[in-house]
Ligand binder design. Structure first.
Ligand SMILES: Cc1ncc(COP(=O)(O)O)c(C=O)c1O
Length: 408
């Protein structure tokens, strides 16, 4: 496509977008199980309004837009508090889980350089960890070493101990991981890291805004946050179970000193003046910061706990329904609302094909083969019809169409 010679009327542009959108996944109808986390019409309305108020501002320069700086500080403070950090903690907002993980890895690399003189180190992450760690290793010229999983799909601590070497700059664990929704043995992994003076990152991109509320509901939550000795940084995504629109995550540091010494980029060797940035990006949209601030204030502990109860109840109904289908089983013991299920008897990909035909969008996994669910509040109303369709899909599926595994 070339830039059109003449402009197009606004109505026609918006109409064309609405038309194109018809081919997209129907997340409002709760037919998708990843990517979007709908929390209801009232939250949607607030998010639209907050985005609108800060549509144009740039969060790059905190001196020009002090209101954005103050909102970012508030979001970070509320998040580190949820994660049980003390007054020494600090953090910054980023565009998402991947950027928070990149910043966690960068911090660890710089720290190892400064304290141990390690020029090209390695990071040790579970086989189930998000690809963002592999991406970070590639971008930051580090070696990416995977810790094998045990039979419960958690990182194997004994293997991690064997793999940790003098040039390891970071060990990480997930709370929970994306493929199985299980939480790695964070105290053991972080303890191993602390023993050897290695940084430890908990990837709580999924759990950061859900596990604290599961805990308030009395659910058994494995230790994952700053209460665990040795955890030095945590990523937690406001744009997942914090229910913010996309572009909002927090990278928290146990000690704000590492934020300033190892995450911050400062530069003044050009004519444009002093340039400082805590993120990969330069110019940063202000709207996600405003939306995060708005939704966190709107929901508060009470609202998040209420939504966690809805999600937990729906997850339990779905898991019980799946367990009641003899051919199917949930893999591992998921800690919250993310899980996958498969079969030792039938081709789960073929079941997924039938579910696709019925308008459900389920991500496929391999190792073991599985269909993946990430439950949001909107799924409460569709859980029974999903299970009805799943029962029929198991009963009627033909051969698999061999669709490739996808990852989101
Ligand atoms: C456990 C985990 N970590 C990190 C990420 C990356 O987050 P983002 O897609 O916001 O970059 C995801 C995304 O699903 C995730 O599930």
């Amino acid at each position: 496509m070339r830039l059109p010679d003449k402009g197009t009327p606004q109505d026609a542009i918006i109409e064309s977008m609405r038309e194109r959108k018809k081919a997209d996944a129907d997340w409002r109808g709760a037919r998708t199980w990843s990517l979007v986390y709908p929390a209801g019409e009232e939250v949607d309305e607030l998010l639209r309004a907050a985005n609108e108020v800060y549509l144009y501002e740039n969060a790059l320069n905190p001196f020009r837009f002090p209101s954005i700086r103050a909102m970012e500080d508030d979001v970070v403070s509320m998040t580190v508090d949820l994660l049980h950090a003390d007054s020494e903690a600090g953090g910054a907002m980023t565009s998402g889980g991947t950027e928070s993980i990149l910043m966690g890895v960068k911090t660890a690399r710089e720290r190892a350089r400064a304290e141990k003189g390690i020029e090209r180190g390695k990071i040790l992450v579970p086989h189930s960890a998000h690809p963002a760690f592999a991406k970070a290793a590639m971008y930051l010229d580090l070696e990416h070493v995977q810790i094998p999983l045990d039979d419960d799909y958690r990182a194997d601590v004994a293997a991690a101990r064997r793999l940790a070497t003098d040039d390891t700059v970071l060990i990480a664990g997930s709370a929970p991981n994306y493929p199985f929704g299980v939480v790695d043995p964070i105290p053991d992994l972080a303890g191993l890291a602390a023993e050897r003076g290695i940084s430890f990152h908990t990837d709580a991109c999924l759990g950061g805004f859900m596990l604290p509320f599961y805990e308030r509901l009395g659910a058994p939550v494995p230790p994952f946050d700053f209460r665990v000795e040795g955890v030095t940084t945590i990523s937690a995504d406001v744009h997942k179970y914090g229910y913010c629109t996309k572009g909002a995550s927090v990278i928290s540091h146990r000690n704000a000193s590492t934020l300033h010494s190892h995450q911050l980029f400062m530069y003044d060797k050009w004519p444009g003046g002093l340039y400082g940035s805590f993120a990969m990006a330069g110019a940063r949209p202000a709207a996600p910061i405003a939306a995060a601030w708005a939704v966190m204030h709107y929901l508060g502990v009470e609202g998040y706990t209420r939504l966690a109860q809805v999600v937990r109840g729906t997850t339990e109904r779905l898991q019980a329904g799946i367990a009641a289908i003899p051919e199917l089983q949930v893999w591992g013991e998921p800690s919250m609302s993310v899980f996958s299920f498969g079969s030792n008897e039938i081709d789960i990909g073929a079941v997924g094909d039938v579910m696709d035909d019925r308008g459900w969008h389920l991500d496929r996994q391999t190792g073991p083969d599985a269909l993946h669910l990430m439950v949001s509040p909107a799924h409460e109303k569709v859980a029974e019809s999903f299970l009805d369709d799943l029962r029929e899909a198991v009963a009627t599926h033909g051969p698999s169409r061999g669709r490739k595994a996808r990852y989101s």
